[in-house]
Design a protein around this ligand. Structure first.
Ligand SMILES: C[S@@+](CC[C@H](N)C(=O)[O-])C[C@H]1O[C@@H](n2cnc3c(N)ncnc32)[C@H](O)[C@@H]1O
Length: 594
């Protein structure tokens, strides 16, 4: 446990704001969803809807995404894989490190002993990292602490590592959350350091066991980014490598981390040189700020080098969260502030929106307070609130939200209708739509929100010309929300962006059909890529001559209005998530063709 007390003290402020990441597996296998009571808060398009994840919490840890416990060793470790097989029931009763192993026929029945000499939070961190990288799970931004998933997770850790570790207290869980997100963000940089200090053959580096690589990343992150005391980090990570893998792995961790500490003490950690042509500079900056090279090159073109660096710095910070006082439940911003004062949570009022406050820390305290569960508040980024402002909904309006789930914007829109009018919430994903329906009831807008399970392109033919206002919050790359989605930068590719633009075009054409003559169409994304934003609008307007673009200036701060009159927010310029919205109006006359 060496560095934990120290780390907890150092991180106290930050950890109060760091949020419990849950490793969600349900999206990888949606067919296995079942109705149960696991709550999580999920990021979508800069909104956070309370998401009831349809899965059994214990099933979540029993391998309904790829089970990493079988792949913790790489191709170079066949001898250890054999020993692992023996340990899992096909071999002798054995003893390795300080852990006893029982012989069991059935892998599931295998109950590992508890290793009291292992730092529990580090054991949980490495298994989570394996689960994210090798098992296809993703790191959510928030998860409620009211569920039983920690118990299941600890059992999963036991099955993966071959030994159990003592349960984590609240402070340790927060440390896990914080470290997992940080290590995922800093992966490219941490791997650069591992490679720089790796003394063996490069082929051994390539064949390094996944578990060993994660242990090294944890050690480096704690040393360099968290600046934990080196003796604690070294002792604990070496011990973990020895018990979870073998003595030789412990020696490698020891040698490499000691070398890093020596260089760090002298201020001589390696840094890639930012020099040469644009491609070389992008590669070096991508390593220093831990982003994919293709993203850096894209942003060089859009922002230039200095702004790209500032954007990457924002993406590497702990995410910031905002809360919306829910007027549909009669809650004012002053009442929300009074509740935050009671919880001793620090905040500041949003400079952009009258019903929003920004949290500086304490999101977990808010989650535990019940304010979210009783619908008094919603967690929503200000950028998403500003997109809703662009729609400018009024009581009595008929609004169609075309890609509505899990409902952040639809519920905000509904709260502005004072019970008059309706929001038809269309989405192709039934599970996410169910979450929206439950949240609508919770937030007191169930009467005005009508969930509608459809592919938008089918729905548009059925309901053409029926809406005063239409919102298309399109599926997008999410490159505006990289601080909240720690793993997203590694999951996206340039090909994704290209494919998404085709989908965005077809959804825009479908959404346009729904608008009444004289009505308003708003297109939004949580991306900062022009190819998903202004370029989509230019293409749409050239295909649909009966729509004209309207300047969003009356609805959002002037600093967020682009020269074309669109709403654009950037993390590094505005301190909120990156987002885009264009407002268009349909003419009363059909378009003339020339
Ligand atoms: C960016 S998210 C929407 C977030 C939502 N507006 C909010 O504020 O919470 C995009 C949504 O589009 C939905 N979607 C994707 N393709 C669709 C289609 N063809 N028809 C309807 N919905 C679709 C996805 O299921 C997803 O829920």
């Amino acid at each position: 446990m060496g560095g934990l007390t120290w780390a907890a003290q150092q991180l106290q402020g930050g950890l109060r704001s760091s949020l419990c990441h849950c490793i969600s597996v349900a999206e990888t296998l949606p067919q296995q969803r079942q109705s149960t009571g696991v709550h999580r808060i999920t990021c979508s398009s800069g909104n956070y809807g309370q998401e009831r994840e349809a899965r059994n919490s214990s099933e979540k840890w029993q391998g309904n995404s790829r089970d990493v416990s079988r792949i913790r060793r790489g191709p170079g470790a066949s001898r250890w894989t054999r020993i692992e097989d023996e340990r899992l029931g096909r071999g002798r009763v054995g003893r390795r490190g300080d852990v006893d192993f029982d012989k069991r026929e059935d892998r599931r029945a295998y109950i590992p002993r508890t290793a009291t000499n292992i730092s529990p939070h580090r054991a949980v961190v490495v298994v989570r990292l394996m689960r994210i990288e090798e098992g296809g799970a993703f790191a959510d931004v928030l998860s409620g602490e009211g569920d039983n998933s920690w118990e299941d997770e600890m059992a999963y850790v036991g099955r993966t590592l071959g030994f159990r570790v003592p349960s984590l207290d609240l402070r340790e869980r927060r440390l896990v959350t914080d470290e997992v997100a940080g290590i995922v963000r800093w992966k490219r940089y941490l791997d650069f350091l591992i490679f720089s200090f790796f003394k063996q053959d490069v082929r051994d580096y390539d064949r390094m066991e996944p578990l060993l690589r994660q242990i090294l990343r944890v050690g480096l992150y704690e040393l360099i980014k968290l600046e934990m005391p080196p003796h604690a980090v070294l002792n604990e990570t070496v011990q973990l490598a020895k018990v979870a893998l073998r003595a030789g792995a412990g020696n490698l961790v020891n040698g490499l981390l000691r070398d890093v500490v020596r260089h760090q003490d002298k201020g001589l950690l390696p840094v890639p040189a930012v020099e040469g042509d644009q491609r070389s500079r992008a590669r070096a900056l991508a390593t220093i700020h831990s982003h994919p090279v293709w993203m850096v090159r894209l942003w060089f073109t859009q922002f230039g080098e200095d702004e790209t660096v500032r954007l990457m710095e924002c993406n590497n910070q702990r995410p910031k969260f905002s809360l919306r006082a829910n007027s549909a439940r009669g809650v004012s911003k002053q009442e929300l502030i009074a509740e935050l004062d009671k919880l001793e949570v620090s905040y500041s009022e949003s400079p952009y929106l009258p019903d929003f406050v920004r949290l500086s820390a304490g999101m977990q305290d808010v989650l535990r307070s019940g304010l979210l569960q009783n619908g008094c508040i919603a967690v929503q980024d200000e950028s998403a609130g500003l997109v809703v402002s662009v729609i400018d909904a009024h009581p009595g309006d008929t609004i169609i939200d075309c890609c509505a789930a899990p409902g952040g914007k639809a519920l905000n829109l509904a709260s502005r209708l004072n019970g008059q009018g309706k929001v038809v919430a269309v989405d192709v994903n039934e599970g996410r739509l169910r979450i929206l329906s439950e949240a609508a009831e919770q937030q007191g807008v169930g009467d005005v929100v009508s969930p509608c399970h459809y592919d938008l392109r089918d729905y548009a033919a059925k309901a053409a010309g029926t809406a005063d206002r239409v919102l298309l919050d399109a599926p997008c790359s999410g490159l505006g929300v990289l601080s909240k989605r720690a793993d997203l930068r590694w999951r996206r590719s340039p090909e994704d962006v290209k494919q998404l633009t085709e989908l965005q075009d077809s959804l825009l054409d479908a959404a346009a059909l729904l608008v009444k003559p004289g009505g308003v169409l708003v297109y939004s994304t949580c991306s900062i890529e022009t190819s998903e934003n202004s370029e989509r609008i230019a293409a749409f307007l050239s295909r649909n001559r009966d729509f004209v673009s309207e300047n969003v200036e009356p609805f959002v701060p002037a600093s967020m209005v682009s020269k074309e009159g669109f709403f654009v927010s950037f993390p590094h310029r505005h301190g909120v998530d990156g987002a885009f919205a264009a407002r268009m109006r349909r003419s009363f006359e059909p378009a003339r063709t020339f």
